[in-house]
Design a protein around this ligand. Structure first.
Ligand code: AMP
Length: 284
């Protein structure tokens, strides 16, 4: 596997692949890789001739400076893992390589048909603009045939799908296919996340209750209304000492608008476990 740190090098390798008519798969990440990321990379390697993985902690999608500073980083361990998984190129640029000073501070806004106005978008103003800024830049540079994203960040996946097919970017990325991959969990049910590295062992035990309650809520959904289940999940998680729900919303899987019933519905939750903000979701 080759490690690339500049856009210029990246463009040369991409061009060489294109010249040879090789299909290109891209897996964008922020590093501190775990088995969730590995599932995306494995699938990418199996479906494309060449796999590019980016590791870039994107400053423009963090609205909380402390969260950015504390984000776990371990590029050499990431490189080892990616090499073992059969990735061909690791693109690991600095922020200065990715953005001009002006771009770093830009407050430009994309419109996503309301998808970015709810849940994470409401709680983290500017977050999805930063995500789209970096992902669109990666798409321009790598020109992938397929790009892989986890359902763990369900709203992000919905916005990127919309960005490629239904917005100002429509058609810009050719036949690019966005591939959504299922959430990988620990045996306990806890959704894998780079942020779990910041949890102590006992906080981890506490955090397991989030997925336990989400799974249990599928049973509640058989006899109760959306509003009742929504409230019951919030109450059950808040009743666990050490957990505090920021939001739990049961929404339509496509529009992300409040669901009228459980057909085609997904529940998305954000919970503070101590100082660490965790997200998870469940399809009904
Ligand atoms: P991140 O490094 O957190 O930006 O994540 C990079 C990609 O990996 C995103 O598409 C995430 O949705 C995906 N991802 C993160 N955690 C998981 C998980 N537990 N299962 C599946 N995909 C994941």
């Amino acid at each position: 596997m080759q490690i690339i740190t500049t856009k210029q090098e990246l463009l040369q390798h991409v061009e060489a692949c294109k010249q040879q008519n090789k299909t290109i798969g891209l897996v964008p990440t922020m590093g501190a890789l775990h088995a969730g990321h590995a599932s995306l990379v494995r699938r990418c390697v199996s479906e494309n001739d060449v796999t590019f993985v980016s590791v870039f902690v994107n400053p423009t999608q963090f609205n909380n400076k402390e969260d950015l500073a504390k984000y776990p980083r371990n590029i050499w361990r990431d490189a080892d893992l990616l090499s073992n998984l059969g990735a061909h190129f690791l693109f690991a640029p600095t922020p200065e390589e990715m953005y001009t000073a002006e771009e770093m501070n830009s407050t430009f806004e994309f419109g996503f048909n309301g998808l970015d106005q709810v849940m994470e978008g409401k709680m983290r103003p500017g977050h999805f603009n930063g995500v789209v800024q970096v992902v669109s830049r990666l798409f321009y540079l790598v020109r992938p045939d397929r790009a892989y994203f986890g359902e763990k960040d369900y709203q992000q996946l919905a916005i990127i799908r919309y960005m490629v097919s239904g917005s100002a970017f429509a058609g810009t990325f050719g036949d690019l296919q966005i591939v959504g991959c299922p959430i990988v969990r620990e045996e306990s049910g806890l959704a894998l996340s780079s942020r779990n590295e910041r949890l102590s062992e006992s906080e981890k035990q506490t955090a397991v209750n989030i997925s336990r309650i989400l799974f249990e809520s599928r049973e509640w959904a058989k006899t109760q209304s959306v509003a009742e289940v929504q409230q019951r999940v919030v109450d059950a998680i808040n009743a666990v000492e050490g957990l505090e729900v920021e939001y739990y919303e049961i929404v339509d899987q496509s529009t992300l608008l409040p669901a009228a019933d459980f057909s085609h519905a997904i529940g998305c939750v954000t919970v503070y476990c101590g100082p660490v903000r965790l997200i998870d979701n469940i399809k009904y």
